[in-house]
Design a protein around this ligand. Structure first.
Ligand code: CP
Ligand code: NVA
Length: 304
């Protein structure tokens, strides 16, 4: 049966471990000039209904470097924008391509595509989840810290799609994770319960950023208004007061704490300019690792 990657709950711990190992192996081989043409003749379709720099280009370059071809389709340029049903589009595309990566608003749309497509479907970000991001971010944590066990990770900010995927990862991998979100923007209880994170002592939910960041090895943040929520920004700026990752907040973390951000960042909002510039080197490694991790994901799903 074909596999999809819609949420990190689709993966078991051993699947995560395989992807980390394989992505690092592919990264190492690429650095040595070895080209693994394992997807020769294969085609990845990308349907994107939201903007993207990293995820799109990381998928496209991953596919090309493995010998395959990407085809990017903005929703506006397809019959989807003229209301051709998802189940028809998915069945048609399955006759042309070997895998589909999709970025859209409603998570149910990606699920609908996955149900109707006969090829693997990858969630490249929905309003609910961003699974591929977290896979490459944990790869980055492993590179910097030697592993993810005995590492305390703190989320500071919005209870958004990226946070939701961290809840799933924390649950499956047993991460030591503290989430700090303002009360009005906390992580959805259904997401927490569905991941079983409500009963796991290693996962803490608070509205106090200092408590979350205390002794943290990793401090992770993301924008306060995600794509599609831009009109709410002025209200959100008030609610997120005290949640900026700045020098004062970081003084509660371990002195060698890393700051992670999926990017794009809004300096002066969720992260201060000073912290961005002082701690930001890791962001570029996070961004690069998306390409290596996407290769491992594509190999795993297309050659399954
Ligand atoms: N981090 C991330 O998904 O970036 P893009 O929106 O540029 O793809
Ligand atoms: N939470 C952000 C992530 C962007 C990569 C958004 O959805 O806009």
């Amino acid at each position: 049966m074909k596999k999809d990657l819609l949420s990190l709950l689709d993966l078991e711990k051993k699947d995560f471990q395989h992807l980390f190992k394989r992505a690092m192996q592919l990264k190492d081989r690429y650095a040595k000039g070895i080209f693994d043409s394992i997807l020769t003749g294969k085609t990845l379709g990308l349907i994107f209904d939201k903007k993207s720099t990293r995820t799109r280009i990381a998928f496209e370059t991953a596919m090309i470097q493995l010998g395959g071809h990407p085809i990017y389709m903005s929703t506006q340029d397809t019959q989807i924008s003229r209301n051709e049903p998802a189940r028809d589009t998915a069945r048609v595309l399955s006759r042309y391509i070997d895998c589909l990566a999709m970025r859209t608003f409603d998570h149910e749309l990606v699920e609908e595509f996955a149900q109707s497509a006969s090829v693997p479907v990858i969630n490249a970000l929905t309003d609910s989840f961003h699974p591929c991001q977290i896979l490459s971010d944990i790869m980055t944590i492993i590179e910097y810290k030697g592993g993810y066990e005995n590492v305390k990770i703190a989320w500071v900010g919005d209870g958004n799609n990226v946070a939701n995927s961290w809840v799933n990862a924390a649950s499956v991998l047993g991460l030591n994770f503290s989430f700090a979100c303002p009360d009005d923007y906390s992580i959805d209880q259904d997401i927490i319960a569905n991941a079983g994170a409500d009963t796991m002592p290693n996962i803490v939910f608070t509205n106090d950023p200092r408590e979350a960041v205390k002794n943290a090895d990793i401090v992770y943040t993301d924008v306060w208004a995600s794509m599609g929520e831009e009109a709410e920004l002025s209200d959100r700026l008030l609610s997120f007061e005290g949640f900026q990752v700045n020098k004062t907040l970081l003084s509660f973390a371990k002195s060698d704490a890393l700051v992670l951000h999926c990017l794009p960042a809004h300096r002066g909002e969720e992260i201060s300019e000073q912290v961005f510039e002082a701690k930001g080197a890791v962001f570029w490694d996070q961004a690069e690792n998306k390409r290596h991790m996407h290769k491992a994901i594509l190999e795993n799903l297309i050659l399954a």
